[in-house]
Design a binder for this molecule. Structure first.
Ligand code: DC
Length: 228
């Protein structure tokens, strides 16, 4: 029997890496929906579209082929996995993610992923809009300082040179835009389990989530037994 675990929260709360590790430890797939929004923003921006042209954008989104594969994310055959992780894409993605035509155009693609088996889905509206009937809904959060520090480290590791203060300001701007938008704003889903990761090691966060998922989901372990 398959199940869905959702993880929502602001940027830098540790969602992506926790979701990935949690899915690995459970032996199930991980869906990074931020990567889907980033891909669409990146490709449409590159093709000269503007988020103000809703009708043209709606048609363009409907005609895009977005494929989420274990080796990366592809749009119309182009591997965009690395290109979507730049500060430039960070700065434009919210303007695209707030559009109804983009959100509704990507809904089916996201829900479809649960048809192929159990899933850890992470984003901003996973537990509230995309998978409201998920077996477990988490909301991961952290202080603005802790989130900026993590994101800053990530960017330095990728060779980007930015100050931590710049990262903190941009992160807060993006979270404000994501939380204040009209459609599917970032908010804690009803009934979600809230975890503040500010002072926690990643491994402890994963173990805590794992414990809860094992308790609440019909998990088949590798030997074929059930943990429920
Ligand atoms: O998690 P991330 O930073 O990669 O997300 C990129 C952007 O996409 C972010 O500005 C919020 C938006 N997003 C969204 O609106 N809904 C989701 N389910 C996931 C991400």
């Amino acid at each position: 029997m398959s199940f869905v675990v959702t993880i929502d929260g602001p940027s830098g709360a540790g969602k992506s890496s926790v979701a990935k590790s949690l899915a690995e430890r459970l032996g199930i797939r991980c869906l990074d929906t931020g990567a889907i929004y980033r891909s669409v923003a990146y490709v449409l921006d590159k093709r000269g579209f503007s988020p103000t042209e809703e009708k043209r954008v709606a048609d363009a989104v409907a005609s895009l082929s977005v494929r989420i594969l274990p080796e990366g994310i592809f749009v119309d055959g182009e591997d965009v996995t690395t290109a979507i992780r730049t500060p430039y894409v960070d700065s434009i993605v919210s303007a695209w993610a707030r559009l109804g035509v983009v959100r509704s155009g990507l809904l089916a693609l996201q829900r479809e992923q649960a048809k192929y088996g159990s899933l850890v889905a992470e984003g901003r509206d996973m537990g509230s809009v995309v998978f409201p009937a998920a077996d477990v809904r988490f909301f991961l959060t952290a202080s603005s300082e802790a989130r900026a520090e993590r994101r800053h480290r990530e960017l330095l590791e990728r060779g980007e040179s930015v100050s931590c203060e710049d990262v903190r300001v941009r992160l807060n701007e993006r979270d404000r835009a994501d939380s204040e938008r009209e459609l599917a704003p970032l908010k804690e889903p009803e009934g979600a389990i809230r975890i503040d990761t500010s002072l926690m090691e990643k491994e402890d966060v994963i173990n805590e989530l794992l414990l809860i998922v094992r308790r609440q989901c019909p998990i088949q372990d590798n030997a074929g037994g059930t943990n429920k």
